[in-house]
Write a protein that binds this ligand. Structure first.
Ligand code: UD1
Ligand code: UDP
Length: 385
C-alpha cells in the first residue's frame, strides 16, 4: 500500500494541542504508513495562542499557514475556504483530518466535502443543543459532511446515533456511507502523556507568581456569550472578587486576548478594578504544560472552556462551568461540574458546595484509556483499503 496522505487542519489553540496527540502517534507508530501534512489557518496567531504549542509540544511547523487572522465570521471562513481549497488541489490528500468545532473546522469540512475528500472528524458528536452557539453549527455541519467520526464520550456517540449516523456500516466508507466510533478522548491521551512532565518542569511557575498549591482557583473566560455581553462579564468577575475576599483565595486568570481586548476597550473601569484587586491575578495565556500544571495544583477550576472542563476531571478538580449548557454532560451528571451560567448566585453556591464536598467527589473514567490516537489512526488507514 502506498503512503496515506493525511491533511490535518488546525487553527485555534485547542486544535494545535489536540493535533499533538495524533502527530506524536504518527511519528511513533505509523511513520511508514501515514504522511501528515499540517495546515494552520492562522485563526489564532498570537505567540501565546499558537507558536508556544508548536515549540513546547514538539509539533512540526505547519507546511502551510494561511494567516487568515481575526475578522467577522463570514470573512474569516471565506478566507479559510479559499486557502484550504488551493492546498487540497495541490496536495491531493487521501483524507482531511478536522478537530472539534471552530471556524477552521467548518471551513475545512465545507471545502473537503466539495472536493470529495473523505473527512475524518475527531471530537465528533458533541452537542450543546443551542444553535445560537457558533460552535454548534460548526459541529453539525462537520459531522454531517464526514466519512469517519470519532466520538470521545458515550453521550457524544449517542448524539450521532440519534442523528441517524451508524457504527455498523460496511466499507467502502464515504460521505454517503459514513462510520461512527466511540474512541475516548485524545485530550486524555495528552493529559496522561504530559501530566507528570508538566509538574516536573513547570512548578517553579507557582513560586514565581507567589501561588501556593491548593490555595488558588484557576479561571478562564473566552466564550462569546460571556465576553460580548458586558453585564455577564461583570457579573462573573465581580463574583470572583467577592468569593476571593470572603475565602481569602486567589483567582488566577490567564486572560484570552478576546476577553482582554473587550475589557480594555468596552469595560475599562472593570478592567482596572480586577487589575488592582488583591484577589485576582491576571496573567497572559500560558503554555499547555503550564496550564495543566496549574490545573493539577489548583483548588478548583471555573471556566467556560470545553477543554478546561475536561481537564478538571482528568486532574480531579471540581469545576464551575460559566455556561447554561455543556457538551460534556457526563461531568454534570457525575456531580463534579456544575452549570452556573454567569449567575452570581449559582457561581457562589457552586463554590460553597464544592468547598464542603471536594474531598468526597469521585472522578470515574469517562474518556477512554489514553490510547485514542492509536485507534483513530489505525481506522483512518482503512479508508485506503
Ligand atoms: C475560537 C473558537 C472557539 C474556541 C476558541 C479557543 C470559533 C468560532 N471560535 O474562539 O470555539 O473555543 O477559539 O480558544 O472558531 N484574538 C487575538 N489573537 C489571536 C486570536 C484572536 O487577539 O491570536 C482576538 C481577536 O480580537 C479576535 C478574538 O480574539 O477577534 C476572537 O478570536 P476568534 O478566533 O474569532 O475566536 P475565539 O474567541 O478565539
Ligand atoms: N490552555 C492553555 N493555556 C491557557 C488556557 C488554556 O494551554 O492559557 C489549554 C487548556 O489546557 C486546554 C485548551 O487550551 O487544553 C483549551 O482551549 P480553549 O479554552 O482555548 O478552547 P476550548 O477548549 O473551549 O475550545
Amino acid at each position: 500500500m502506498s503512503n496515506f496522505r493525511l491533511l490535518t487542519i488546525v487553527g485555534a489553540r485547542p486544535q494545535i494541542i489536540k493535533a499533538s496527540a495524533i502527530s506524536r502517534c504518527i511519528k511513533s507508530n505509523f511513520s511508514d504508513q501515514i504522511t501528515e501534512v499540517l495546515l494552520h489557518t492562522g485563526q489564532h496567531y498570537d505567540k501565546e495562542l499558537s507558536q508556544v504549542f508548536f515549540d513546547e509540544l514538539e509539533i512540526e511547523p505547519p507546511s502551510y499557514n494561511l494567516g487568515v487572522g481575526s475578522s467577522i465570521h463570514g470573512q474569516q471562513i471565506a478566507d479559510m475556504i479559499a486557502g484550504i481549497e488551493k492546498v487540497i488541489m495541490k496536495e491531493q490528500p487521501d483524507a482531511v483530518l478536522l478537530y472539534g468545532d471552530t471556524n477552521s473546522t467548518l471551513a475545512g469540512a465545507v471545502i473537503a466535502a466539495k472536493h470529495h475528500v473523505p473527512i475524518v472528524h475527531v471530537e465528533a458528536g458533541l452537542r450543546s443543543f443551542n444553535k445560537r452557539m457558533p460552535e454548534e453549527l460548526n459541529r453539525l455541519i462537520c459531522d454531517h459532511s464526514s466519512t469517519l467520526m470519532f466520538a470521545p464520550t458515550n453521550d457524544a456517540f449517542h448524539n450521532l446515533m440519534n442523528e441517524g449516523l451508524r457504527p455498523e456500516n460496511s466499507p467502502p466508507y464515504n460521505i454517503d456511507n459514513p462510520k461512527i466510533y466511540l474512541t475516548g478522548d485524545i485530550m486524555y491521551d495528552n493529559a496522561l502523556f504530559f501530566g507528570e512532565m508538566a509538574v516536573r518542569k513547570k512548578s517553579d511557575f507557582l513560586n514565581l507568581h507567589g501561588l501556593t498549591p491548593g490555595e488558588y482557583i484557576l479561571a478562564t473566560i473566552h466564550r462569546d456569550t460571556n465576553t460580548d455581553d458586558g453585564q455577564r462579564l461583570e457579573n462573573i468577575l465581580k463574583t470572583f472578587i467577592s468569593i476571593g475576599k470572603e475565602y481569602s483565595k486567589t483567582f488566577l486568570l490567564p486572560l484570552h486576548p478576546r476577553t482582554q481586548k473587550i475589557l480594555e476597550t468596552k469595560l475599562p473601569a472593570l478592567y482596572t478594578e480586577i487589575l488592582q484587586s488583591e484577589v485576582i491575578m491576571v496573567i497572559k495565556p500560558v503554555s499547555y504544560l503550564e496550564m495543566i500544571m496549574l490545573e493539577k495544583e489548583s483548588l478548583m477550576i471555573i471556566t467556560d472552556s470545553g477543554g478546561v472542563q475536561k481537564e478538571s476531571h482528568f486532574f480531579k478538580k471540581p469545576c464551575i462551568v460559566l455556561r447554561k449548557e455543556t457538551e460534556w454532560t457526563e461531568l454534570v451528571k457525575n456531580g463534579t461540574a456544575v452549570l452556573a451560567d454567569a449567575d452570581p448566585e449559582k457561581i457562589r453556591s457552586g463554590f460553597d458546595c464544592f468547598m464542603k464536598s471536594k474531598d468526597k467527589l469521585r472522578y470515574p473514567t469517562f474518556y477512554g484509556d489514553g490510547k485514542a490516537a492509536e485507534f483513530i489512526l489505525s481506522e483512518i488507514l482503512m479508508l485506503k483499503e
